[in-house]
Design a binder for this molecule. Sequence first.
Ligand SMILES: [Zn+2]
Length: 457
Amino acid sequence: MHEAGFNRRGFLRFTAGALGAIIVAPQLVMSNALAQSASSGRVVTAEAAALRVLAKARESVTYGSRGVGGLIMENRTGRVIAEGRNRRYRPVALPLRTIPDEVLTWDYTAHGETGLMKWYFANRRKLRLPDPADLTVVTTLDPCAMCTGSILAAGFSVATVALDPTGGMNTDGSGAYTTLPPRLRREAKGASGLYAIEQQRAYLGPADLPLRDTAVTGATADACSSVFFGAPSRSLNPFDDIPVENLIDPRSLGAGSAFRERTRMTWPHAFSIRLADPRRPTAALRRFLEELNRATPGSTNAVAFIDPFGNLLSASADHPERGPIATAFMNTTQAYARTRYALFNEAATHEDAKRTLTAPRAGVFVWLYAPTPGLATTIKDLGAYGSTIGRPAPGSFQYFLPPRDGTIGNLMEQIAALPPFYTQTVTIEPVQVGSVTAARAVRLPRSTEPVPYPAYP
Ligand SMILES: [Zn+2]
């Protein structure tokens, strides 16, 4: 009886919950709901679970993103309560397409597993979902830093089919999780397993992971790997590489424009602060973040996104009422990307969005406090920053104050231990700004050209 109304309610509730404070166009609501929803049925073998998540991974590729799929199952029964997939890119609305199959970045952080965690906390109470301790995420590919942090922070177990030696936290496949700080290493070992592959690999993981006594076939395991590595994203998003010199300041569009009207609805703080030098945050920005953090119940941090013209666009505090993964950085980067997608994808704002908004790597994320080392949510935020930026962007990660607990040295150690994608491809370099002593303050140039690697104590 419960399950009869489950799909329909899950579908509707997911739509409302996933959007959070972000208002989007109707066509976006539709595609969002269709992309990830509550599910049903049971899986009773690792192979059956792997085939289901593989089908979701293939869907990711069909819609322009790299192939990763996942599901949430109930440990005791194998009941599948939700399915998700990578949704980083989405098709451009047909009338606005300049090339066939054109896609736009929807949300740099919309990986399958993190999406499932978001879905869970948006629906937990309404659908009376089981506790995270009774649920396991099954995924095609070893989760990245963001997804591992999300899963650990949420308290789920996770079962993986294929490994990812570049971005997966079980980088070497040994299950040692040396990519994590020691306390989280223990948690990850107790909650993460690699399913056995017939005639190739024994099961590796905790003794209580569901379906651990069954194996995935070699063909299915290979497909889970090649759907990601063999079919790279079409990456036909030309707007992520528009040089800043070719953009105009969105402030110049005028307060009455459709663009400004829409941004007011979705980025309530937009244009309230302007920095003369976009890379040198002012005391006014710090006061704004302190106030945002103070005024938000349960928040411990706040983050602002500054565009290359120095305009404050999106900003958020932590929103623990939306679950442990709704941290200030996550909320801020999602709000920027999803609203940017919506503005690109609507006829009334498309041209102005094209002239004013570029990839977040060209702007600056300013944290009130540097992330606290040792927390699962910090691993999640470092991973989300890596996924947002995607390549080196010196000076794009700034903070006013040291971590609330632990030291910057601890945080840097944690960053240095991350998989190669974060240490070699992206390089994550938090920089203190507005510092208490001039000696520690880092002077950053105006341009987005690479700056020297800042020294840390
Ligand atoms: Zn991920």
